[in-house]
Design a binder for this molecule. Sequence first.
Ligand code: PHE
Length: 348
Amino acid sequence: MQMKTLRERAQVYAESALSELRECSSTTQIEAFYASHLGKKGQLKALRNELKTLTPDEKRDAGGALSAMQKELESAFAAQQKEIKKATLDAQLATEWLDVTQQVPRNTGSIHPLNIVQKQVEDVFMQMGYTIADGPEIETEWHNFDALNVPQHHPARDMQDTFWVGRDSQNPLENYVLRTQTSNAQIRMLKEHGAPMRMICPGRVFRNEATDATHDSVFYQVEGLVVDRGISLSHLKGTVEVMLRELFNDDTKVRFRPGFFPFVEPGLEVDMWWEYTDKKGQKQGKWLEFMGAGMVHSHVLESCGLDPNEVSGFAFGFGLTRLVMMRYGIEDIRHLFGTKPRFLQQFA
Ligand code: PHE
């Protein structure tokens, strides 16, 4: 039997290599195929090395055939490799696709009722040209009491009412309290900006008292202050009426009584007529004390470097927490500062 020529063996090899190539379906397989067939130490190279042992005629014949075969294998390899890449990508897309238009149910939280009502109050006053001010919650004794004309031995300064942060000094500018009222903002704003002034300051205040359904040691107030030339009690009355009618309804009735606060003279208590349905389902009405107010005391103006003969003003302060409870018929203040989403989510 005659030995097969190099050309014949190469032919057989090429066919088996091509069918092996068609079997490759992954990147790893096709890379292994390249190394064992087309690489530097591959089988094609081994066949080529045999050319050296042939006569020139045989060499020409077999060499041409080997080159053609190499070309064919290389192009088949490239096509197969492309095929595998595409299939891999398709498989990846099929498993990793993302529908960016899909609606995902999400727990978005809700706005706290205090913030809802605070925003409504701010809107009412912004329409009347007021600035929304802010003040520190840790305040000096001077800004919280002295500058507001609260006498040195007033019971409000007592340990029972006030959270003292440090009361070591004779100088009230060096002692600190958790502010017991937002009225400190009157002092801060007047000292910083002077007159004319038209501002409200919503904020958190602190009182050292027992907690029950209507009292908490932390609650929110809104302070109001207007100082300018020729400000009178009628401006205060008009402003308070506008505010309450905006926040409740157009025929909300308002009543003014004399009241005492050291930083206003005269001082007023403002009541509003409150209609509600009692436990038996009967409509009822009563006067509710809504806020403290009055004409800014001359001592306060002087503490802030203003001349009471030139400017005058009015101030008021009410409980924002209380307003929220009235607006929504919330009976227990503790609900507002609890952290139960089921309660808090009802208001948004
Ligand atoms: N600061 C007073 C309080 O906390 C309320 C008030 C403010 C009264 C402004 C008069 C003027 O009770």
